[in-house]
Structures are given as structure tokens and as C-alpha cells.
Write a protein that binds this ligand. Structure first.
Ligand code: NAP
Length: 316
């Protein structure tokens, strides 16, 4: 059984499997399909799972964990690293603890390993559908929401806290008021959106980056096939006897970040774990680093065509 190596998360003192299984699917998987896929993933060796209140995958993940314990696939819940995220409708200070408790109920767990602010914005209404209507988009009060996040960690509801889709500017604001600095910034990253400036900033500040959509979210409504059909990646894959998906994920891994990739397909989830016993050559890394870049697509698919430049800048 293949296993991902562990990565240290710096100041918070945690370690985390460097590859996690994403659970956001398109078209949305029914709960039973998601549960069975997660059980397969545990059998394949995945020990890190990425969910969010808004994905609707917390419940099937919780059921899969309970089933894996019953089946003896894992000895205890502590064998897993579970990340979930605070949705943007609950970002006032007094909403954060109730929101994590709701996620914990969905997951049938007592604690999370990592709790992230999902997006650097606030929604003035309870809504999960994207793109969100412009009228309900508001700037995030970072002091208010971060105090709520810190309370979650102090109460033992999560071992660590972090953010997602935060630019250097938003991170700077967070660090200025934080008593507990964010351990992680989870952002879109792959060979076609390499996040060089953001990575430099996070390295300097000791904030670990987790890359989502490492395969360009192939086949989803928010992504496309530009990674799995990228000529340069395909060329390297052929020469190395790998798939383009593996080359993309290996490149991401070699940048010193962790990864969350989603596959509910038994063969592909195994394939995605097989990136740790080989490496790219200097020349291959150089070719990939020269690939033309395009702006991350997830944020625009959430925000639609809105000009929401208030808090998001070019870096995410
Ligand atoms: P991704 O992991 O880049 O791509 C997933 C898509 O690629 C799925 O359609 C999957 O289909 C397909 N796929 C998986 N392995 C493959 C392979 N070896 N070859 C070809 N196709 C393959 O994109 P993602 O789901 O957007 O990102 C991963 C996870 O990151 C999400 O599930 C979620 O947990 C997290 N995420 C977080 C945020 C955020 O705002 N923080 C945003 C987006 C995603 P099959 O299942 O059929 O294999």
C-alpha cells in the first residue's frame, strides 16, 4: 500500500500527510458514492482528507471514517488528518464556533486537524450556490473571523487553523492581528498557475501552502483538461513512463508544498499516490517552469463576472 510522506507544519507543531484526498466532486457525487470512494481511498493508503461545509461531503466522509474504524482499516481516528473549512456565510466572530461544531457533527468527530477560512470574503446571506449574487458579497472582517478561529483551536475543536485563497495582502492583515498565525494557506496551484510570488511570501512568513486543483480540476465545472492534455507534461510523461497527472502532481510536490487531489476512481486514486518514488530532472523542471501562466479559475467561477477587487488580487 502506497503512503504519502509527512510534512511538518512549522510553528503549530503538527505533521500532515503531504498528499490528501479532495472530496469536492462534479457533478456532485451522491453521499453513498462519496462514502465508498473514501473507503477505497483509505484502503489505497490515503490518510489525509480535505472537505468543507459547502462541499456537502462532510457527512459521507464521517460515515466513511466510522465504517473504516468498524472494518479495522484504521486503528483510531487519530490515524487520519482531517481538514474542513468555514463557509463565508458564517464569518462573524460569534458564528465561527457554532460553524465548526456543525462540521464536527456532520463528520461525527470530536476535533478537526485543520480548520481553514474557505474564502477571503463574507456572504451576507446563507448561500452555497456559485456564482454568488453580487449584492451579498462583502469584505471580510479579518479580526472578527480570526478571533473566532483562534477560539476553535483554544477549545480543542481543531488542532490547527489556517486560511484558503488568501493573497499576500490578506495574509499580512491576518498576521498583524493574529495571536495564533495561520499554519496553512490552501490555494489553487499547478504547472499552469504556479503561484510563485505567493509561495515566496508564504515561505518567508512560515505559512505552509497546500495546493488544490493540482490536475486543473479536470472534468469539473470549475476546471478543464488543460493540465491532463498539456503538451509539455505529456511529453515528459511519455519519456518517463508516467501519466500527465502524475507529472503535474510530482512537479507540485517538488515545489515544497502539500497537495489535495480528488479522484473517486479506484485506479486513478492509486495512480495519484504513486508520485513519491521518482523525481523530475532539472531539465524537466525547467521546461515546466517556463509554461505560460493563466490566472486561477476557481475564484472567478465562484464570483462569476463580478468585479470584486476589494480583497482579492492577482496573486490567487
Ligand atoms: P483536481 O484534484 O485537480 O482534479 C479532480 C478531477 O480530476 C476530477 O474530475 C477527477 O476525476 C480527475 N482526476 C483525478 N485523478 C486523475 C488522473 N490521474 N488522471 C485524469 N483525471 C484525474 O481538482 P479539484 O477537485 O478542484 O481539487 C482537489 C481538491 O481540492 C478538491 O476536491 C477539494 O477538496 C479541494 N479544493 C479546495 C478549494 C478551496 O477553495 N480551498 C477549491 C477547489 C478544490 P475522477 O474522480 O473521475 O478521477
Amino acid at each position: 500500500m502506497a503512503k504519502a510522506p509527512q510534512v511538518s507544519l512549522g510553528a503549530c507543531g503538527l505533521t500532515m500527510p503531504v498528499l490528501g484526498m479532495g472530496t469536492s466532486s462534479w457533478p456532485p457525487a451522491d453521499p453513498e458514492t462519496a462514502k465508498l470512494a473514501i473507503i477505497e481511498a483509505i484502503k489505497a493508503g490515503y490518510r489525509h482528507f480535505d472537505t468543507a461545509f459547502t462541499y456537502g461531503s462532510e457527512q459521507p466522509l464521517g460515515q466513511a471514517i466510522a465504517e473504516a474504524l468498524r472494518l479495522g482499516l484504521i486503528k483510531s481516528r487519530d490515524d487520519l488528518f482531517i481538514t474542513s473549512k468555514l463557509w463565508s456565510s458564517y464569518t462573524d466572530r460569534d458564528q465561527v464556533v457554532p460553524a465548526i461544531k456543525m462540521s464536527l457533527r456532520n463528520l461525527q468527530l470530536d476535533y478537526l486537524d485543520m480548520y481553514l477560512i474557505h474564502l477571503p470574503l463574507k456572504l451576507s446571506q446563507e448561500i452555497r450556490k456559485t456564482p454568488v449574487p453580487k449584492e451579498i458579497l462583502m469584505p471580510l472582517d479579518i479580526k472578527s473571523v480570526w478571533e473566532g478561529m483562534e477560539e476553535c483551536q483554544r477549545l480543542g475543536l481543531t488542532k490547527a487553523i489556517g486560511v484558503s485563497n488568501f493573497s499576500p495582502r490578506m495574509l499580512e492583515e491576518t498576521l498583524a492581528i493574529a495571536e495564533i498565525p495561520p499554519a496553512v494557506n490552501q490555494v489553487e496551484m499547478n504547472p499552469l498557475w504556479q503561484q510563485k510570488k505567493l509561495r515566496e511570501y508564504c515561505n518567508a512568513k512560515g505559512i505552509h501552502i497546500t495546493a488544490y486543483s493540482p490536475l486543473g480540476a479536470n472534468g469539473t465545472k470549475w476546471g478543464d483538461n488543460r493540465i491532463v492534455e498539456c503538451d509539455v507534461l505529456e511529453d515528459i510523461a511519455k519519456a518517463r513512463g508516467k501519466t500527465t497527472a502524475q507529472v503535474s502532481m510530482r512537479w507540485v510536490y517538488e515545489q515544497g508544498v502539500s497537495i489535495v487531489a480528488k479522484s473517486f476512481n479506484k485506479e486513478r486514486m492509486k495512480q495519484n499516490l504513486e508520485i513519491f518514488d521518482w523525481s523530475l530532472t532539472e531539465e524537466e523542471l525547467e521546461r515546466i517552469s517556463q509554461l505560460p501562466q493563466r490566472k486561477g479559475f476557481l475564484i472567478s467561477s465562484i464570483l462569476g463576472a463580478h468585479d470584486f477587487t476589494l480583497q482579492l488580487d492577482d496573486e490567487i
